[in-house]
Design a protein around this ligand. Sequence first.
Ligand code: SF4
Length: 502
Amino acid sequence: MGEQVPLLLWALELFSALVMAALLALVVWVVVAYWQDVHQTRHTIRRNFPVLGRFRYFFEYLGEFFRQYFFAMDREELPFNRAQRSWVYRAAKGIDTTLPFGTTLDISRPGTIIFVPAPFPSLAGDGEPEPVLIGPHCTHPFETRAIVNISAMSFGALSRPAIEALSRGARKAGIWLNTGEGGLSPYHLVGGCDLVFQIGTAKYGVRDAQGNYDLERLRELAALPQIKMFELKLSQGAKPGKGGILPGIKVTEEIARIRGIPAGRDSLSPNGHPDIRSLDDLLERIAWLRAVTGKPVGFKMVAGDLAFFDDLCLAILHRGSEAAPDFITLDSGDGGTGAAPQSLMDHAGLSIRESLPLVVDKLAAAGLKERIRVIASGKLLLPADVAWALCAGADFVNVARGFMFALGCIQAMQCNRNTCPTGVTTHDPELQRGLDPLDKAERVANYARRLVREVAVIAHSCGVDSPRQLRREHARIVTGIGYSESLDAFYRKELERVKTGR
Ligand code: SF4
């Protein structure tokens, strides 16, 4: 005991010395910060409120992380609220997705979709969806039972373990994975899933040194049995009319090699395809790609002027239905992966909620709906979203951010900075460490399966046996006064409005 007293006194002295040093350092910092703030001219707040003004930036920075935990209500946040994210997280983990005590969704809000429960719901079980054939005139058409698939996200935008998990998960769930415009990486192939190879405006992965098509490489890719289809990307939801942007910090040696570009430099693709400047160019390029690859070829775009689809149908009918694209991926103006200018992200391109039914109606009116498969994408990550898209006439739904949540994304919204805390969109090996591709592959597959299973639940409630039997009569949309109207009647009026230019 006697020996312990001096030790205790020594510890107390050390502690008070440390506290004094910390206080002194704090005082010095306040004096220096005060002097800096009153003498700088760039920040008004700091000049007017020296030292205190600095905390504004700090709290603003912290707000990004804390809002979603403490302050935002379940249905409040954008792009995805807590209710949406939680459903995906639970589905991905394979845990219960049922909820107690009633909906937190305001079902009288205009635009809300209400499914029409049948007096005698279907007694069908969880059978496999019916198969759909894409590209009947190709040497190698593609038949699939998948309803929900993984939307285009490039290796580069996403990390190695993220792509690997998506590939393995897609294989387990029997769905396809779109490579995105960044070319084909070994990580896309690792799981053995079906792949859609996307060709962007820079032709990454199929370009020669001058940026033209490398025919040999295209043939090599087409010979891979995993690649089922080719998709020309005309535009994407986050930034219609603007090419892809991959910041130099994310262009590693490996990514540069796969894309055919220099490492460490910003990777910018043109706003449009230099070789496709008209509708005729587009149809000719599609025919050429189909002839070279022997596989279905379609294109992806965000709708703007809907008259484009009238012209497209006329041009196809003029050439014969064989000349049609085998599919159109219709992206929503509020689609989101990828770094994008805020003005385009916020204001360019029609939402899929508006464009999908109108485009489907135009294809149907031209007798091309069966020939051209429609893939809908853009914030369709919950069962009700997918069921709505099927009612509206989509053949498939592509999901990107839902699968990012399944990979562990927490909506920290730093995807373009190489600092993603969950390893999904960073090439920093330290941050990638936490993302185990094998574990996350299970989550990807769980989410895909649960999503489709719950769409089947909606279908059964509406009185039909499977998701693909959902039609417009099975859903209603809430209008301005809070009452609902059948989707069929609502979209017919919309089509009329578009035709008369109102
Ligand atoms: S966690 Fe954040 S940075 Fe990472 S993918 Fe999700 S939104 Fe992007």
